[in-house]
Design a protein around this ligand. Sequence first.
Ligand code: AMP
Length: 520
Amino acid sequence: MSQRKAIGIDLGTTFSAMAHIDQYGKPQIIPNSESERITPSVILFEDENVIVGTLAKNNSVAEPERIVDFVKREMGKPKDQFHREFGGKVFSAEELSALIIRKLKSDAEKYLKEKVTDAVITVPAYFSDAERTATITAGQLAGLNVLQIINEPTAAAVAYGLDKLGEDQTVFVFDLGGGTFDVTIMRIEGHKIEMLATNGDHRLGGKDWDDVIVNLVAEEFDREHGENPLLDLQSYQDLQSRALAAKIQLSSRPRTAIIHSYNGKSVKVELTREDFEERTRHLVERCKTICEIVMQEAKLEWADLGKVLLVGGMTRMPMVRDLIVQLSPMPLVDDVNPDEAVAIGAAIQAILVMLDEEQASGEQVLPDDTRQQFSSREGALIQVTNITSHTLGVVLWDEGQLEEYVYPMISKMSAIPATAKNFFGTASANMPKAVVRIVEGESTLPAECTPLGVCDVELPPFLPKGSPVELVYEYNANQVLEVAVHAAGNQTKVSIERNTGLAPQEIAAAAAGIAELSVS
Ligand code: AMP
């Protein structure tokens, strides 16, 4: 087989980044064709052309109806729940993400002057099975072999740990990005990086801070002119980018002014950092609560931690840094660039996965110098252990209570890959089939969990009531679930009919559709 080239992709809510391992074995960020180290995750549709990145972002004010952003928040949703239509074509969240990945892939190929075949793509640690599956699909639609999906904090710790291996310590990864918040506790011991606990909120991020400014200016505009400037999409987008710029200014300056014009009228709002911090205190409090929960889950005290690793652009904000200083006495680490750490960790992980594959198959696909660089590091290769971020259960019938309940098969925080087996009795005699309903979530009430899908399993005839059916859940390294059912000697690997995303048989057609578009 010919040589392969892998990259690491940080597919972010607001920005994406990519990295590779160069010929000296060093991880490097790959700039896009605009020479930027990060690419806005914004898509602009222009007839048959799709533009991704800064040019699209700059057009978001002028042509809001042809723009798609924040796609990451929609990942895993079925097409009927989320789609965008352009030029008569309907795009699902994974197809839109695939367009962003295609831009990254083709820019990487231009920069590296070789074909990019493989990628590790990162996702927030609390991404569900559906969101992870959709991310893998997006990579495949963009023409990549997705080696693995890894958690963003794990990737950041890998990027950080590469130089620090040997210094045993527990690291708190605080990742506040444009749209998501993610905290993870990792243990670096020898050459092992182990995830101890993780929690997060995928509706909390820089955008929420921006929205506070947007609403403040809109209210002031309404007070002065009796008109709501947010009802007009163009004015809304314009105000959003002004708010974001004001927020960033307030990270380095004590005050700023936001001027917004709409319908021939304008308003000027002065904002001090102090006032802004007061108005967004509730958001920081939400971060704090999640940090405390994750510490409890890990059964650790703040004094047990060695370092806090900052990831995500929002960690540049003084109020966010103050929160961390207030929570813990340990030093902050920002020698890893918060915008770049995740992509770099993904690029390292890509090489590690390929080295594993080489060892398993005996076939060499990596350039010799990369293999040597990684294999010659003293001792063993970095081993990464992840844990599950959600409980995976099965819906069962409670004969006593006459109601359905969720039986947890793989509990939250189990080491991955995880396998769980259990026997269940058939509910009645001569059942033609067992319908296994798979759910994700911590509750015992089916309605409070997220349905993942259904497996329909034919049962042999004449089984008495209570006949044992063995259910096997296998959670693989990508944190995607596979289910097998064994009933009366029959073994069936069941494909889950997921309620979400594209079905496997739809992927080829969708990939062809994506390939037809010109993406730049
Ligand atoms: P990420 O998703 O990690 O790229 O994070 C991007 C978020 O960080 C966006 O909401 C940006 O507005 C925000 N951000 C980037 N730089 C700064 C800064 N210096 N001060 C405050 N927020 C920032």
